[in-house]
Each structure stands twice: as C-alpha cells, then as structure tokens.
Write a protein that binds this ligand. Structure first.
Ligand code: ADP
Length: 293
C-alpha cells in the first residue's frame, strides 16, 4: 500500500548524485531488468572510483602509488525500479520480501550488496504478495514514482540506475520530471535480435530527444545462444542487427550480451552477489559501458 501523504519533499534526498541513467526498451522481456541490475553491479565494481580525503574504505587511485592523501572509494549505486507492473529486480538481487523501513527523511532503500554499495527501491517491497499485480491508474503510479525520488533517503549516491517499463509511457515522463532537478539524465536503450525494429528504437530516441535525455547508446541482449556444454555461441537470429540499427539511427553501439543460461542462473542463485564480484557473461560488456558513463 502506498504511503499516505508526501511530507518528505526535501530536494536533498538525491542531491549530489553524479549520473542518472534510465534503462529503456521498446518491448518487454528483452532483458531490461537484467541489464539494469548488471549495470548497477558493474558501476559499483568497475565504475569510476571517487576521490575522497575522508576515512571511508579507501583504495589507492589507479596508476600506482597515491599522491599524498589522494585516495578513492568504490562508487555508491542506487537502483530504482519504476517498472511498477513487473518489479523483478528484488528477486534478481535476492532481496524479495525485505521490508522498507522509515527514517526521518522518508523510506530507507534496501541495501543489497554485502559492502552496502547498492541500494534498491522497488514497488515489489511494498506489495503484500510479491507476485501481486499492480493494477493502478496513471496518477497513482506517477505519484509513487515521484515519491520514489523525493521520499527515499537514498544517501550520497554516485550513480542512480532506473529500470523503466517497456515503451514510453506516463511512468517515463513522471520519472524524468522527478529526476530532472538532480542533473543531466542519460538513457541506455536495450534491444534483442528478435525485437530489433527501427520503429521501436526510433520511438525511444524521439522520446529521449523530446524530454532531453542524452542517449548513452544501444546494447543488444540475447544475441546468440551460448551452449552450456561446449560454450560455442550460435546466432539463432540474424547477426549484427543491433549494431546496424545503431548505425542507422545514429546512436553509439555499446555491445552485445549473449543469451546465456548461466546469466539467468547466476542472477536467480545470487552468485554474482555471493562472490562479492559479478562473474556473469553480461559483466564484461556492462563494465565497459560503466567505464564510459
Ligand atoms: P524485461 O525487464 O525486459 O522484461 P528481464 O530482465 O526480466 O526482461 O528478462 C526476462 C527473462 O530473460 C528473465 O528470466 C531473465 O533472466 C532472462 N534473460 C535476460 N537476459 C538474458 C541473457 N542474456 N541470457 C539469458 N537469459 C536472459
């Protein structure tokens, strides 16, 4: 049940976030939540480290011995699931059923990573039964999205990854409107070889242009099947469609993630988290994207 009232509208809850990335797709089921989750892990583990002078967990800056006092910490990453009708991220990160607590600044997000480097907010935490469908009219959905931005005590974040519903709907507008005050917004478009459609991607890009989202690029998911026995990759659907589409629409092509049963399993079983470092087949592509952001 949505929390009554909107008392916590302090703009400070997301102040200081360095990058906000919306993950978009023309169709559902293309792996948008999977890519959002892997991107959050990649940003945490391989995103640009943040220079600090305080006493938090510190790492030498890349490039050898740190200059006197110059150290860096791993980035803090928030993951916001505004796919209200299909909130699958709590399950992927093995935190389904966790309670969202209140503090004086609003809702506390659920901390996922062992190092508490990833915090997640999802409607999935607010439903009594995790598989319950959210059948809400637009204004109620939009109000919840606004609350997810202004009423969540995100803490100091370096990156916020936003998993959005398929297509371009009112929820996207609500998210963009609520997030815009916090800085420039970027968009990552996910497609699959089956769903490669110039029309779909063009609609996404038109949306980005109209609302002022910077398109980071296009990532193709489930391109080719990796055999679990011999690890050979078979391109079941035509190859290179995503790349061609990116060329055609003038956006950067960021890479392909194969259809790999190991990826779904590693998320289902929470192995990426258990190791404390992601080892999924999507990780190399997502970490190279993380370094570009
Ligand atoms: P969306 O958010 O676009 O609806 P999901 O991320 O929920 O899609 O993915 C749909 C299903 O496909 C999930 O079961 C997920 O584990 C699986 N999946 C996504 N990407 C891959 C991949 N590259 N290889 C194998 N399974 C994948």
């Amino acid at each position: 049940e949505q929390r009554k009232g909107t008392q916590h509208t302090e703009p400070g809850n997301l102040a200081g976030v360095r990058h906000i990335i919306l993950v978009l797709s023309g169709k559902g089921g293309v792996g948008k939540s999977t890519i959002s989750t892997e991107l959050a892990l990649a940003l945490r583990h391989t995103g640009k480290k943040v220079s600090v002078s305080g006493s938090r967990r510190l790492y030498p800056l890349p490039g050898g011995a740190p200059a006197s006092g110059a150290c860096a910490r791993l980035p803090q990453v928030g993951l916001l699931d505004v796919d209200l009708c299909g909130p699958s991220i709590p399950r992927m990160l093995r935190v389904q059923g966790r309670a969202v607590h209140q503090c004086d600044r609003g809702w506390l997000p659920v901390f996922v990573d062992q190092e508490q480097g990833i915090s997640l907010m999802s409607v999935g935490f607010l439903l009594e039964k995790p598989d319950e469908a959210v059948v809400w009219r637009g204004p109620k959905k939009n109000a919840l999205i606004k609350q997810f931005v202004s009423d969540v005590a995100w803490g100091p974040l370096d990156y916020l990854v936003v998993d959005t519903p398929p297509g371009t709907s009112d929820e996207h507008m609500a998210a963009v409107d609520a997030l815009r005050p916090y800085g420039p917004l970027g968009a990552l478009v996910v497609t699959t070889p089956q769903a490669v459609s110039v029309g779909d991607v063009r609609r996404e890009l038109t949306f980005c242009r109209k609302v002022g989202l910077r398109v980071i690029g296009l990532v193709e998911n489930m391109s080719g099947f990796v055999c679990p026995h011999c690890a050979e990759c078979t391109h079941v659907f035509s190859r290179g469609g995503g790349e061609e589409l990116a060329r055609h629409t003038g956006v950067p092509f960021l890479g392909s993630v194969p259809l790999d049963p190991e990826l779904a399993r590693s998320l289902e079983e929470g192995r990426d988290l258990a190791r404390g470092f992601p080892d999924s087949p999507a990780f190399p592509v997502l970490s190279s994207i993380a370094q570009r952001i």
